[in-house]
Structures are given as structure tokens and as C-alpha cells.
Design a protein around this ligand. Sequence first.
Ligand code: FE2
Length: 160
Amino acid sequence: MRFGEDAEQAETAGWLHDISAVIPDENRIAAAEAFGLAVLPEERTLPMIVHQRLSAVIACELFGVRDPAVLSAIACHTTLNAGASRLDTLVFVADKIAWDQPAAPPYLPALDAALGHSLDAAAFVYLDWLWQRRHTLGVIHPWFRAAHRERLAARGIEST
Ligand SMILES: [Fe+2]
């Protein structure tokens, strides 16, 4: 509501964004393929990362969510993507505020401050924080790369 988005859409995405966690990591690629998803090479290398798209399929097929905006927000909540909607960005940022590790996220103060400017500024804080640490990642998901590159370009910075 603070960012002018539909709270009900955001809440539905919030409830279901990690629903594919019920499928163990080692079965996620097979599950994604069984649902007809074209699995990306990066997802095959690091099956954890397919959980975002798998959650969207489960939200649709098992929970009857038919709103494409909600399904899109679920499908890119980990990596974001180029051309993301405001709801996509909102759910992405919310996912980074409440991350899955015990200590507070190191980027949180900067992300919080950026939220005072815009949702997109907050998304960029996380994307750029992760981009600076990309050498620590198992894979660089093409959606993450595209999201970061698009936002760099919007700031007049060429991607490395
Ligand atoms: Fe997730």
C-alpha cells in the first residue's frame, strides 16, 4: 500500500513465493520439467534457484492463482528480471528485507534508506550488492544479470 500496489496481490505472492520449498532440492529440476518449464542451464547447475519459477507453477496449478501479475512476482522473486513490474519489484524487495539467514542482511540499512526514495532504488541496492559479490555465487542467473544491467543502464552506467 505504501508504494501504491495492490496489497492483496502482494500478500498472495508473499504467501506462495517459496511454496516449492516442499519439493526437495534434488527433485526440483524433475518437478520443473514435469510441469513443462524450460529449465535454464544455470538452474540445472544450481537447482535451488529454479524454486522461484516452480513456486509460480505450483501457485497456479495447485492453488488456483490465475493472476499473471501475482504469478510473475512469484516467478522472479529471487532474481528479479529486466522489464519487471512494480509488483515484481515489490515482492523482490520484500524477499530481501526478510532473508533466510540468522543475522540481519548487511545491505539492509542501505536498502532501507533507498526505500525512502523509491522501490526501484531499493531493488538496485540489493542487485548491486549481489553483483559486487557475483564471484561468490554458484551461478549468475541470466534474469539477475539482466535486471542489474537494465538498472545500471537506467543510471547511465555500462555493465562490466
Ligand atoms: Fe525464495
